[in-house]
Write a protein that binds this ligand. Structure first.
Ligand code: NSS
Length: 430
């Protein structure tokens, strides 16, 4: 069986091929009509005339509607004027299914309407481009880790406790017990790193975010590498290498899609290693110098991250945050325990935090002390504490939010377009 796709059409110049897809648009002018066909890989113009095709095919012009499904057999012709450089001289058009009046038209629609129609909106050029870039980002993340001998370890979605604070936990019944949807696979990835050295988990994570912002989803995808015998500097090196690799892969493989999105490609090309590494204290000074009302010890919000990120062309890594504002599992700096060996990577152009990571607290007593400070019961984390009882080693890792990365690389103004079917505080459908 041979299948033909629009994206590979240049290999079939002057051949007769059969394309299967949907009517993207239709233009009629008397003895000739044009069927703009999309097949999921691309869009091509099919020229339909009485000379080249049978009468039944020609007459479909009065029947076909936007998004009707059709199969078109015809000859591939190179034509410089055509979008993509090729068009199809149709010999036969076969109707598969006629589409009812399509809700999404050329006129401007409001965002809530489009979100309600998300299952159909995905067929648009713009959403198609975003989904293909998302695919390339995910694929390049996997390739990056696979090439470095990381083992993929899948972590559970039902969990007994919090990793990133109790405020954003989603609770669910679990037979006679309660369970929470995972906020992060990290604690399990740490266990796996003690077994396999270098691992990563990659899956959906859930947070009951009550804030409606352009950066928050309640369900998002995260990749979390975790490495035995890594310190904070090695962790930052890896994060920087990974982001450079992702951006390079998208630039190499998804130019057309970036152009469809009218992305300023020079901004992505400007991303070069080494990324700036800024101590938290210096980030505070930078903000204060710009007139921001912020004190040592404050956590950064979106406006702060935007200002720090906009000061540089490449993503910025802010490290050594005060341990009081960071998670219990982060190692305190042995040189000065008011700092955590933590890092956040902030994307340029105001996109804010895309990565959160740290060296982990590998000392049993200090870890228990931090848990108590956070009001956690160490008994609930006994299995996790075993990792410090049996051959504890320095180790580090980070988490990259996939949708924030997609939003930044695609240049989207809101995270909701970065995932096929977004989940937010106010959206559970479609
Ligand atoms: O909370 S994080 O900063 N860190 C962790 O979850 C660690 N346990 C990761 C690790 O070290 N293994 O979240 C990591 C990233 C963050 O930088 C964002 O890019 C993304 O996850 N993130 C989100 N994306 C979309 N929506 C929401 N609500 C969200 N929260 C975090």
């Amino acid at each position: 069986m041979h299948e033909y796709f629009i994206q590979n059409i240049s290999y079939h110049k002057d051949e007769v091929v059969k394309l299967k897809g949907w009517v993207y648009n239709l233009r009629k002018s008397g003895k000739i009509w044009f069927l703009i066909l999309r097949d999921g890989t691309g869009i091509i113009q099919c020229v339909v005339t009485k000379n080249d095709c049978d009468e039944a095919s020609f007459d479909l012009k009065d029947v076909l509607t936007q998004e009707s499904s059709v199969m078109v057999t015809g000859k591939v012709i190179a034509d410089e004027r055509a979008d993509g450089g090729y068009e199809l001289i149709a010999h036969k058009v076969e109707l598969v299914s006629i589409a009812g009046e399509y809700p999404i038209t050329k006129k401007e629609h409001g965002i809530e309407f489009l979100m309600d129609q998300r299952h159909l909106w995905l067929r648009s050029k713009r959403q198609h481009a975003i989904m293909r870039i998302r695919h390339t980002i995910i694929k390049s993340i996997r390739t990056f880790f696979d090439q470095r001998d990381f083992t993929l370890v899948d972590t559970p979605i039902f969990q007994k406790g919090a990793t990133e604070g109790t405020a954003t936990l989603f609770e669910t019944d679990y037979f006679d017990d309660k369970a929470y949807l995972t906020q992060s696979g990290q604690l399990y990835a740490e266990a796996a790193a003690m077994a396999l050295g270098k691992v990563y988990c990659f899956g959906p994570t859930f947070r009951a975010e009550k804030s409606k912002t352009r950066r928050h989803l309640t369900e998002f995808w995260m990749v979390e590498p975790e490495m035995a015998y890594y310190d904070l500097d090695m962790d930052m090196d890896l994060a920087e290498d990974m982001i450079s690799y992702i951006v390079a892969e998208v630039l190499m493989n998804r130019r057309l899609e970036l152009e469809t999105l009218e992305r300023d490609i020079t901004k992505l090309e400007a991303i070069q290693k080494p990324f700036p590494r800024i101590h938290y204290d210096d980030a505070i000074k930078l903000l204060q110098a710009r007139g921001v009302d912020v004190q040592w010890g404050d956590d950064f919000g979106a406006p702060h991250e935007t200002i720090i990120g906009e000061a540089h062309e490449s993503p910025v890594m802010v490290h050594h945050y005060p341990s009081a504002i960071k998670a219990f599992y982060m190692k305190r700096d042995p040189a000065d325990s008011k700092y955590a060996l933590a890092v956040d990577m902030l994307a340029p152009e105001g996109y804010g935090e895309i990565i959160g990571g740290s060296q982990r607290e590998d000392d049993y007593d200090l870890l228990v002390e931090r848990m108590r400070e956070e009001g956690m019961d160490p008994a609930n984390y006994d299995w996790y504490l075993d990792l410090r009882r049996y051959g504890s080693v320095p180790h580090a890792g980070f988490g990259l939010g996939v949708e924030r990365t997609v939003a930044w690389i695609c240049g989207l103004s809101h995270i909701r377009e970065a995932v096929p079917f977004p989940r937010t505080m106010s959206r559970l459908t479609p």
